[in-house]
Write a new protein. Structure first.
Length: 287
């Protein structure tokens, strides 16, 4: 039996029984949302719920992305009081994607999930994601059917996902963000990529493995306000598109080539016209 078949078999058999789960949560000035978050996580990952979902141990990997409010202190105190979590504090605000990348880097469990702190990613979906993993998928991402946000934001996201999918050289699932569950093998594969600009949802799509989406309706933010200003959202979109492949670069190359050819043709045409009517002052003036 070849090595790959052996590995395949050992993996499918080890999907039975209790499994460990690290849940990565990026936090930036979320002091108003944290109490809601802890309550919902407490419900979803109660002892009984974990037992019936086959989750042997849960650990919250909080990544504080340079918060300037009390978020980090609330998290530290809650962990001291028994919340099963670890807090990583970044030295400044690096952005949502970098915070997630840092959390993934510090994850250790067999399963690793990612969700936002404001409960727009409903944690109730996580046990369903674990069941999908048991069915044989290595990546289970949540796919939005609809989102309860302003028209501008919805339109921007809709356009962004379609441009990114069009420009990408591999399949990027439409309308799915970072909310997902991944097998350790996927996170390890992502970790091996040397990218400086780490955009987890793009790397996740790139590494392959068996991936599936589960549909959900994205609710409104539970508390507090969005941390994405227009400029941050614009940067997120351009980073995402740039990191999804070099098609954009090729398109730019093609455009500049076409313009260069057009310029040469126009120069020749004007040169000929100029020579033919050297006494035409208007044309000389135009040049
Ligand atoms: N976030 C972060 N760093 C940032 C901006 C946001 O870690 O610079 C976190 C934020 O605390 C939340 C998640 O990323 O957990 C998504 O942010 P937000 O809800 O503000 O974005 P939106 O859902 O409005 O796109
Ligand atoms: Mg949000």
């Amino acid at each position: 039996m070849s090595e790959s078949i052996q590995e395949e078999e050992s993996l499918s058999s080890s999907r039975e029984g209790p499994v460990t789960l690290d849940l990565v949560i990026p936090i930036y000035n979320e002091e108003e949302a944290l109490a809601h978050l802890f309550r919902r996580l407490g419900e979803v990952f109660s002892k009984e719920a974990c037992k019936s979902a086959g989750i042997g141990a849960i650990r919250y990997v909080f990544v504080d992305d340079g918060s300037t409010d009390r978020s980090a202190f609330i998290l530290r105190d809650s962990i001291r009081d028994g919340l099963p979590g670890t807090l990583y504090r970044l030295s400044r605000n690096f952005g949502h994607q970098s915070a997630i990348a840092a959390g993934l880097h510090h994850s250790k469990a067999r399963l690793v999930a990612v969700m936002d702190a404001d409960l727009q990613d409903p944690p109730e979906l996580l046990p369903e994601m674990v069941s999908k993993w048991r069915e044989g998928f290595e990546v289970v991402y949540a796919q939005r059917r609809q989102r309860k946000e302003g028209l501008f934001k919805r339109a921007s996201y809709w356009t962004f996902y379609r441009i990114a999918a069009f420009l990408s050289e591999f399949k990027i699932p439409l309308d799915s963000g970072d909310f997902c569950l991944m097998d350790r093998r996927v996170v390890d594969a992502m970790e091996e990529l040397p990218e400086n600009l780490r955009y987890p949802r793009v790397l996740r799509a790139w590494v392959g493995f068996r991936q599936t989406g589960i549909p959900y309706d994205r609710p409104a933010r539970q508390a507090g306000r969005t941390k994405y200003t227009f400029s941050k959202l614009y940067r997120l979109a351009t980073d995402g598109i740039v990191s999804s492949g070099i098609r954009l670069l090729r398109a730019a190359q093609l455009f500049s080539f076409c313009f260069a050819v057009l310029t040469v043709i126009m120069l020749i045409v004007f040169g000929v016209l100029l020579l033919r009517s050297s006494d035409d002052r208007e044309l000389v003036f135009f040049f």
